[in-house]
Design a protein around this ligand. Structure first.
Ligand SMILES: Cc1cc2nc3c(=O)[nH]c(=O)nc-3n(C[C@H](O)[C@H](O)[C@H](O)COP(=O)(O)OP(=O)(O)OC[C@H]3O[C@@H](n4cnc5c(N)ncnc54)[C@H](O)[C@@H]3O)c2cc1C
Length: 532
């Protein structure tokens, strides 16, 4: 059991703190991996921190990743060794600080040509070397029989062997909630459903902002020494507001690219390994990853010019994913096997030269920009490196004179809420109480612990989400506290009325059941050819 009781997240109390007249050291806009990482790092260094998220924490890109903590085999192929080394190091940091939400995972890369095993084997040995002491296990070359035994449903015709290497996987949305709650434990105030609508300038400098509580509609003004814009693919919106207030145009920094995932039954990839297709028909990599009792297939990389909250897949993207899976799996999934489809937008950093570049070649590294008004914007990067991105953002804030010097190097050793003495989790298994780590007993002590709404989701878990995890809506619970919407959208729809009943009882607010049912339909919808 955690020595510290879980903090309450009663909205009325959070709003009362927001209304207190004060000047925060740092206000972070955006509650995805990037903003939450910054808030935690800053709070742990002793700054006063407020974080405002317009929707739910991780409601944007940060709940829609492939859920891999990885150095990036692709970046290795591109020769970006420093990014790979840093990410491999951070992979270990997350495994250590959130053992209930991350676990190591072996990947098999099958070979169908004579040169593939030695070629990929050498590359992955280099991956091991770059990991050094952060390595999770040695890369091994597999014979044909070993590859077949590792992935029993692998296409056998032409199979020559394979390479097995190690990386890690995690629960992205639950890690986000753990970051939020750990930041709160360190003294930060965090609010979801509170959109930043305007920046306040004084003498040409950002001095605060205006935000709106989406539940009550009430507007608030907040004063800050430093404002960090961590709004992911939406980062240019706030930069433009900032520029417009000062009569200057802000250069767009994000080129959004859409990535689609398809979830099918775990039986399509029996055995304890993930599958990596190193070179798809369009020159990318494709993963089939066992996760939370199901199999996740993905992803794509399709440039977009708009920024919808709920991007939907193109038919061509789904055909591509199932087509590639069918090339490698003897029993291939069909559209009728799909349990959920989710789509995320990558905040890729645009090159500065103004020329369009294929999104596959844009940088996965992050960018930090300090505007003439002192607005600090951060975008790009990846989940795996959220912590080093946060350190970099705070270094920029200090260098720009927006924050006084603080303590250094604290977050690397900071265990997240629930880590306690939790044993390492298995992210492959269907969810159960172990997702709460050392807080499992606190969940079991709530009313409804014995009443299962679905396997792995009890009434007590819904109560815990409302009382301690900032959940307000059915979507918050079924998409991001439990991951059922992402795993089995039809089952999530069945449970939704029961979840709404418990949530309404806990919060006294409308949990937006109808909104959830409409959304879940979209997670099951197979688009017509040529469209979304
Ligand atoms: C398909 C796909 C697969 C990926 N797979 C991996 C992976 O396996 N491993 C990995 O390490 N990385 C992966 N990534 C990358 C990773 O998911 C992203 O880099 C990361 O989630 C970005 O986080 P963010 O906080 O910058 O953006 P977001 O999570 O989008 O957060 C930005 C937040 O800002 C909020 N916001 C916007 N405007 C306002 C406003 N005015 N006021 C208040 N809030 C506002 C939004 O609601 C949103 O919640 C993947 C990305 C994609 C798209």
């Amino acid at each position: 059991m955690d020595p510290v009781a879980p903090l309450p997240t009663r909205r009325a109390d959070l709003l009362a703190r927001l209304a207190e007249p004060r000047t925060w050291d740092l206000v972070v806009v955006g509650g995805g991996a990037t903003g939450l990482g910054v808030a935690l790092d800053a709070a742990a260094r002793g700054y006063s921190v407020l974080l405002l998220e317009s929707h739910d924490f991780a409601g944007g890109t940060s709940s829609r990743s492939t859920k891999l903590l990885h150095g990036g085999v692709r970046y290795l192929a591109q020769g970006n060794l420093s990014l790979v080394r840093e990410a491999l190091h951070e992979r270990s940091t997350v495994l250590r600080n959130a053992p209930h939400l991350a676990s190591k995972l072996s990947f098999v890369m099958p070979s169908y040509a004579w040169w593939q095993t030695p070629f990929y084997g050498i590359g992955l040995k280099l991956y091991d070397l770059l990991a050094g002491r952060a390595g999770l296990g040695p890369t091994t070359l597999l014979s044909r029989a070993q590859a077949r035994a590792a992935l029993p449903n692998l296409q056998r015709a032409g199979l020559r062997g394979g390479v097995l290497y190690w990386d890690a996987q995690f629960d992205d949305a639950r890690l986000a909630i753990a970051l939020a709650r750990t930041a709160a434990r360190e003294g930060a105030l965090l609010l979801n459903y509170c959109e930043v609508t305007a920046l306040l300038h004084e003498d040409g400098r950002v001095a605060g902002l205006r935000c709106r509580d989406a539940v009550s509609g009430q507007a608030h003004e907040v004063r800050a020494r430093c404002v960090v814009n961590a709004t992911g693919v939406w980062v240019d919106g706030l930069r433009q507001l900032d520029g417009a207030a000062l009569g200057q145009a802000a250069r767009p920094v994000v080129a959004p690219s859409q990535g689609v995932h398809v979830v099918v039954d775990r039986s399509f990839l029996p055995g304890g390994h993930a599958l990596l297709v190193p070179h798809t028909a369009d020159g990318r990599v494709l993963f089939a990853v066992p996760w939370r009792g199901k199999l996740v297939l993905g992803t794509t990389d399709t440039p977009r010019s708009d920024l919808p909250r709920e991007p939907r897949p193109l038919r061509a993207e789904l055909d591509f994913i199932l087509g590639e899976a069918g090339r490698y799996l003897a029993r291939a999934p069909t559209p009728a096997d799909v349990l959920s489809i989710w789509v995320g937008l990558r905040p890729l950093v645009r090159p500065d030269d103004g020329h369009d570049t294929a999104t596959r070649q844009l940088s996965r590294e992050h960018a930090v920009l300090v505007s003439p008004s002192g607005l600090v914007s951060v975008t790009g990067g990846k989940w795996t490196t959220y912590r080093t991105m946060a350190e970099d953002v705070l270094a920029h804030c200090r260098r720009a004179g927006l924050l006084p010097a603080g303590t250094s190097g604290v977050s690397a050793g900071l265990r997240l809420v629930g880590a306690g003495s939790a044993a390492a989790a298995s992210l492959q298994a269907a969810p159960d109480l172990s997702i709460y780590g050392s807080e499992a007993q606190a969940v079991s002590a709530l009313p409804g612990a014995g009443r299962e709404l679905a396997p792995g989701l009890s009434e007590a878990m819904v109560r815990f989400a409302a009382r301690h995890e900032y959940a307000l809506t059915v979507e918050d619970v079924l998409a991001r506290r439990s991951r059922l919407l992402f795993l089995d959208a039809a089952l999530a729809m069945e449970l939704a009325p029961a979840v709404a009943g418990v949530l309404g009882e806990e919060t006294g607010l409308d949990p937006n059941l109808d909104g959830f049912l409409a959304l879940a339909q979209d997670y099951l919808r197979w688009p017509a050819a040529q469209g979304t």
